[in-house]
Design a protein. Structure first.
Length: 93
């Protein structure tokens, strides 16, 4: 199991926020996610869907999400498995 926390942008950091993902290292299915931020509730349905549907972190990373939303933050967390956070976008370092 792989668990990691990624700070996504200045706004999230300013709130003391982060998103934590728990990924099965063998499959790499999404096993869990938690978020701490003012609008964290916005992504809970998407996170629950990924867990329930046994979606891999790669599929989350490849799924489109509106930019500059909490759902895009969920996608950036998944993308961070492929690249370092500083390489994700202008807003994700």
């Amino acid at each position: 199991m792989n668990s990691d926390k990624v700070d996504l942008n200045d706004d999230l950091r300013a709130q003391g926020g982060a998103i934590k993902r728990v990924i099965d290292a063998g499959t790499p299915r999404v096993l869990g996610m938690s978020a701490v931020a003012e609008d964290a509730g916005e992504i809970m349905f998407a996170a629950t869907w990924a867990i329930t549907m046994r979606i891999t972190v790669e599929r989350v990373a490849d799924t489109w999400a509106p930019y500059l939303t909490m759902n895009e933050a969920l996608r950036l967390v998944a993308l961070s498995f492929r690249r370092g956070p500083a390489q994700l976008s202008c807003c994700a370092a």
